[in-house]
Design a protein around this ligand. Sequence first.
Ligand SMILES: [Zn+2]
Length: 86
Amino acid sequence: MMVGFLRIILYALLAYIVYKSIRFYQKLSQKSHAPPKSKQTSGLMVKDSICNTYLPQEDAIKEIVEGKKYYFCSKECRQKFLESKN
Ligand SMILES: [Zn+2]
């Protein structure tokens, strides 16, 4: 009785492992076919108004001044902006 129960668990576990590894290899093969992506980005570009460059939102330094969002490419640009505000 107990052995039969354990066997079911064992089979379930085995099925789970097989399922997981199939999924893993499917993901792996999908990745190799997909174009290489170095980083996950939303594709949204924001402007650094200090040096007038556009950069991905993910890489930008965010600053909220008077309820408005500003983006900067570097801490230096952010500093310049804050100094100009004061
Ligand atoms: Zn900048």
